[in-house]
Design a protein around this ligand. Sequence first.
Ligand code: ADP
Length: 497
Amino acid sequence: MREHIVAFDQGTTSSRTLLINRQGQVVDVAQRPIEQHFPEPGWVEHDPQEILATQLSTFTDVLVRNGLNPHDIDSIGITNQRETTVVWDRHTGDPVCNAIVWQCRRTTPIIDELCASPEVRERITATTGLVPDAYFSASKVKWILDNVPGARERAEAGDLLFGTIDCWLVWNLTNGAVHATDVTNASRTMLFDIHECRWDPWLLELFGVPESMLPEVRPSSGLFGTTAHPGIAGNIPICGVAGDQQAALFGQCCFNPGEAKNTYGTGCFLLMNTGEKAVRSKNGLVTTIAASAPGTDHVEYALEGSVFMAGALIQWLQEELGIIESASEVEALATSVEDTAGVYVVPAFTGLGAPYWDAEARGAIYGLTRGAGKAHIARACLDALAYQMNDLIDGMVDDSGIPMTRLAVDGGASRNGYLMQFQAGLSRLQIVRPKNTETTAMGAAYLSGLSTGFWKDVAEISAMREIAASFTGNMPDAERETYLKGWRDCIRRTRTS
Ligand code: ADP
């Protein structure tokens, strides 16, 4: 009997391999950091060969430590940093240059030039669900073809392949046999029509990407291929692939419309399942394809919103203000006072994001009185995380007309009980935090294991899930209104337009 599934979690700062048993528990994790290359200010690159090598070596570490061989593994699920772009030679397997990482801003001028007209922007959003930006793969592929000597000619001759990190890994793990990606990763390239589920000819033309470079796009759960790379013997089937945020949505068991997950990390990533409906946002959120269980006969969608300053705000308290020594101290400090004494923090350090979109706004602390101290400011910072998320939640519900029924949380700051309780009260939601917070890797494992029959169906997966903590919104209406009115006032005073 093959009693384990392996999840490859290829993230921005490290490659990890997780060994998962039939009960859905993480048995072991191996991790290797990957080097960040900053060749010029604002540029971020990764070495694709290092990504592959660390993924393979962490896999070996896990097998060796647990006395397993490849034949003991049911299948592999892959989840990955999204949008990061690799272009390589289909004959030699050599990348033509380093991978351009999602954070890299070098292609902003390409976006400014190609997406200047409102008609083009509108067509891109209508087709891809995205707000045109250098984050997504489209302008990164164009940059590579325009700037690496000979690349465009080689691409046009059919010699080069494009892929996001999942696709690069699948191609290498199958020894070049399979050039494929999944719908969730494709939906972040800004080259993919999320309604028709195909590469969009108009976008390929706009960004000058030859069709011969593009991977086949498949559902997230199903056989992609079997391992044939010399570094990973055993013909292990690869049966699940999803981008990190969609994998986390699946790993948090948000299988139905209205179910949402939020990752409270350095930044926050909120995704809500909207089912068969690709909701167009009026509030500046993006529409993306969600991962579906095998046998789902339609594409499922999600709305996605993010906040840049979340855990980062707590880091700021620690590193810049020096009022806490570690993030774990913030809860005790914040709850050492009964309330914020009217203090609000608006963390617009790099502008205000969705639903306000004001790039010129800057952060502010309001409501200081003689009695206000560091505990009040710390508490107001935690509250600010919750207010920002509440704005995104309201935007999602407003856009979709689907009430949010449940919010599943993970990430470093989700350990903060005060924050979770305030969030539940403000957003009138049931918040659940699972015992196993490796939700991204679990999503990849579930997608793979559902495809092979390792797990029977999503009901079995939901039943395995153990909840560590649950928070119910029980804040009195009048109190909630007062808090929200204060926040809205402060937002109004912070906005520049
Ligand atoms: P990432 O994956 O983005 O690096 P993590 O999920 O590891 O982030 O979470 C780390 C972030 O969470 C840090 O920004 C840290 O300040 C914040 N954090 C950690 N513990 C707490 C806590 N108890 N309360 C509030 N914030 C916390």
